[in-house]
Design a protein around this ligand. Structure first.
Ligand code: GTP
Ligand code: IMP
Ligand code: MG
Length: 339
């Protein structure tokens, strides 16, 4: 199967577990390797934190797409995404991507009142949200009372018809990467309600967020970490104690909230179901260097130890998809590309 997946004109990148799988790193690699004309971000909003490590510098992105690493790539935020103008403008400064970034006038705006509501009551206590205001903002959006990006003067220079631009790029034969956020099992529809985020975040929803129809998609890359993490409340099968997670080096801390992520071993059943729901065509397995330190920085599959190859082979067999990308470190180039 490996080697058959080559043409990647429209590629969607989504997460097969509970988010934080390393989509930021995979997207940043793909925009470079495919020399993508457009990187379009879908998903909920600034509750996401995507980490990109480029030339030793760590970027934590909550609004700006990870495509900024390629100087040719246009960064677009689709109308499905909720925007916090302050975070958006700050990240433009940090990434220096100002001339190449756009957002849709139909993005809804997160206001201070949304953040305030998200930081108390059942959202904080029972759900353990990120406190970034996304749930209350989506509620206002459904009530048709939300403020829209087109109403914010500071955002005026960045207004773009995102669905039109993304589809124009595809019509022109250019490569487009659609960047998902969160993860399959915190989707409002496909996760265990109520311990979920405030919208669907699977591949079909992510395409809708940026205005791309299902017939246009060529590849869906399902990103799964070599172990499972979950931040916030809700069940986690096989959850390790915090001490055991630390002992294994699986203790991670949230990009947005700084909370320790709960950890569990890789879950083949969840990965297989996520592949089904997202219509995945290939898998990216990240953090193989944490599971098998000999994988650190390796870029050729030949140099991967047998035990790690067996781990990958078992995933391919149980999920029924090729593992085309293997993460061997946080850097954009720390990856094995088996396509
Ligand atoms: P959400 O949209 O918030 O779900 O985020 P995400 O999927 O982009 O993941 P996030 O950046 O929050 O977390 C992934 C973490 O793993 C980051 O710290 C990355 O730098 C790191 N990372 C990604 N791939 C690898 C890898 O292959 N090896 C190592 N060691 N770290 C990795
Ligand atoms: P909210 O999206 O902030 O409303 O939070 C709802 C649940 O989703 C909480 O358990 C959060 O920790 C989780 N969550 C939201 N966004 C992300 C993300 O990008 N990565 C991981 N977990 C997330
Ligand atoms: Mg994250």
């Amino acid at each position: 199967m490996i080697g058959s997946v080559r043409s990647m004109s429209c590629t969607v990148v989504v997460d097969g577990f509970y988010g934080d799988g390393g989509k930021g790193k995979i997207v940043s690699y793909l925009v470079v390797s495919e020399d993508a004309a457009v990187c379009a971000r879908g998903g909920v909003g600034p509750n996401a934190g995507h980490t990109v490590v480029k030339d030793g510098v760590k970027y934590k992105l909550r609004m700006v797409p990870c495509g900024f690493v390629n100087e040719r790539t246009i960064q677009l935020i689709g109308p499905g995404v909720l925007v916090n103008p302050e975070i958006f403008l700050k990240e433009i400064d940090e990434t220096g991507t100002g001339g190449r970034v756009g957002l849709d006038p139909q993005c809804a705006i997160i206001e201070p009142k949304h953040i305030e509501l998200d930081r108390k009551g059942h959202l904080k206590e029972k759900i353990g949200t990120t406190g970034t205001g996304t749930g209350p903002c989506n509620a206002d959006r459904a009530m048709r009372t939300a403020k829209m990006a087109r109403e914010i003067p500071e955002l005026e220079p960045y207004m773009k018809d995102v669905p039109q631009l993304v589809n124009d790029a595809l019509d022109g034969g250019e490569n487009v990467i659609i960047e998902g956020t969160q993860g399959t099992y915190i989707s409002l529809y496909h996760g265990g309600y109520p311990y979920v985020t405030s919208n669907d975040v699977c591949a079909a929803a992510t395409c809708s967020d940026v205005g791309v129809g299902p017939t246009r998609v060529d590849e869906v890359v399902l990103v799964c970490k070599a172990y499972v993490t979950r931040v916030g409340e809700g069940p986690l099968e096989g959850e390790l104690s915090s001490e055991e997670a630390k002992r294994r080096g699986w203790d991670e801390y949230g990009t947005v909230t700084g909370r320790q992520r709960r950890a569990a071993p890789f879950n083949h059943r969840l990965a297989k179901r996520a592949a089904m729901i997202n219509g995945a065509t290939q898998l990216a397995i990240t953090k193989m260097d944490i599971l098998y330190p000999q994988c650190k920085g390796v870029s050729s599959y030949d140099d991967v130890p047998e035990v790690a190859k067996a781990f990958i082979a078992e995933i391919e067999e149980k999920v029924g998809l090729p593992v085309t990308l293997v993460g061997t470190g946080p850097g954009v180039e720390e990856i094995i590309d088996r396509r």
